[in-house]
Design a protein around this ligand. Structure first.
Ligand SMILES: [Fe+2]
Length: 201
């Protein structure tokens, strides 16, 4: 399948997920953010094209099980989401016309995205990282809690950098050394001497 066809499928999935969550802007904005972080991390980590495609599709539908879990059990715990999500994702993706192999992997990721043991691929790892980046903010977790969680769960360089930039940035070093003025003057004198420039005093 060529890149254009994949882009079309992704766009359709994006709009179908919006329609699925109609009237619930928080949920829509959640998956839009998770998709955007997943896409950016995947690209920076140079994922193979097919894995990147699977990752992005999984990010769009990862929480599709919440609605059914709430309707059936009145709860949307990770366990119920993982239980209800895969069949819903498969149904939506089949109607749109995704290939079976893609549907199968996306469905697996939807069914495991709250399980952090046995992460078996970069698509899985990055989906989990992107979801955490959004959830830390949406849950209002403290910087300290976030830092500990990132150390435990994050593996990609890009994901770690994004977490650090957003939640616990290193303070920029703006201090000047005690001898900055003399140092600057010395540098200038060295430069002049090097260039053989004559300055009339
Ligand atoms: Fe999520």
């Amino acid at each position: 399948m060529n890149q254009d066809a994949k882009e079309k499928l992704k766009e359709t999935l994006y709009r179908e997920m919006m329609a699925y969550d109609a009237g619930d802007p928080a949920r829509i904005q959640h998956f839009v953010k998770v998709h955007s972080f997943a896409q950016a991390i995947g690209k920076a980590e140079k994922l193979e094209e097919e894995i990147q495609f699977i990752l992005e599709c999984a990010a769009l539908v990862h929480d599709i099980g919440i609605k059914l879990a709430e309707a059936k059990y009145g709860k949307s715990d990770g366990k119920f989401q993982e239980q209800e999500g895969p069949a819903e994702a498969e149904k939506m993706m089949r109607v749109i016309g995704f290939e079976e192999a893609v549907i199968e992997r996306v469905s697996y990721l939807v069914g495991h995205h709250h399980t952090y043991t046995n992460i078996d691929g970069m698509d899985y790892q990055i989906l989990v990282e992107a979801d955490f980046l959004v959830n830390y903010f949406e849950n209002g977790n403290s910087a300290d809690t976030i830092q500990k969680s990132v150390e435990k769960i994050f593996k990609t360089k890009t994901g770690k950098e994004m977490a650090e930039t957003m939640f616990f940035p290193k303070p920029a070093d703006l201090s000047l050394s005690e001898t900055w003025a003399q140092d600057a003057l010395q540098d200038l004198e060295d430069f002049i001497e090097e260039q053989g420039i004559y300055i009339r005093q």
